[in-house]
Design a protein around this ligand. Structure first.
Ligand code: CTP
Ligand code: MG
Length: 222
């Protein structure tokens, strides 16, 4: 059975510096979130989409889901003040055994990567996309850090839904806050499978990131 995609889109985009929520900003003729949604629409492993957004964006999120979501948009859920809170709320609307969490702001994700992530989620119950680090890394003190032991953590991240719910409850009761969901699994002692990819999958954070994303989308022939 297909998975549900849970897409947190309730941020403010402060570092991006746009007036509105950055994922509603235009990129190559459509809102950034439209590109993200289309990747899920084109992935057969995904049966439903749950969007998490702020109150004022609810109507536009439904409209974008209808336009780019391939008929898969199931719900638009009201987000919280942190990404973690937004995902926790979104989980209440998920009715499938497995769920794939993906940042709305990672709009260059491909259907092929989503398919691979969905397969690994079924096998391992918990997975995250990671990227080898290519920069030389050091502590601010100047001390060199061995980068071969490190990865950068991205989304999608896939989980057995009930397991992720448990992890969120535990984190909440302990006051543990993280910027992703795999960290919450680790916190309750579960291992998370690492799916390594070197394909660029930037999270649009600063304004210039949009240039990179546009180039990647264009190269794919959109
Ligand atoms: N997000 C969310 N709810 C929040 C905060 C973030 O659903 N309270 C979502 C964002 O919409 C984004 C993803 O989580 O798709 C990753 O967050 P980030 O890149 O930090 O986006 P923003 O929080 O919007 O940006 P900033 O931190 O610069 O304000
Ligand atoms: Mg943020």
């Amino acid at each position: 059975p297909p998975l549900t995609a849970l897409i947190p889109a309730a941020g403010r985009g402060e570092r991006f510096g746009s007036e509105q929520n950055k994922v509603l900003s235009e990129l190559l003729g459509r809102p950034i979130l439209g590109w993200t949604l289309e990747a899920f629409a084109q992935c057969d492993e995904i049966g439903r989409i749950v969007l998490v957004g702020s109150e004022s964006d609810t109507d536009v999120l439904w409209a974008l889901g209808d336009q780019y979501g391939g008929g898969k948009l199931q719900a638009v859920v009201l987000g919280g003040s942190t990404r973690q809170e937004s995902v926790r709320r979104g989980l209440d609307a998920v009715g499938t055994e497995f769920v794939l969490i993906h940042d709305a702001a990672r709009c260059c994700i491909t259907p092929a990567l989503l398919t691979e992530a969905a397969g690994l989620t079924r096998i391992h119950q918990a997975m995250t996309l990671v990227r080898p680090v290519t920069d030389t890394l050091m502590r601010r003190s100047g001390e060199l850090v061995d980068r071969s032991a490190l990865v950068a953590v991205e989304t999608p991240q896939g989980f057995q839904t009930e397991l992720l719910r448990r992890a969120h409850l535990a984190a909440r009761s302990e006051g543990f806050v993280a910027t992703d969901d795999a960290s919450l699994l680790r916190r309750i002692g579960r291992t998370v499978h690492l799916m390594e990819s070197t394909l660029p999958n930037p999270k649009l954070t600063y304004p210039q990131d949009a240039f990179v994303a546009a180039a990647l989308l264009r190269e794919r022939g959109v």
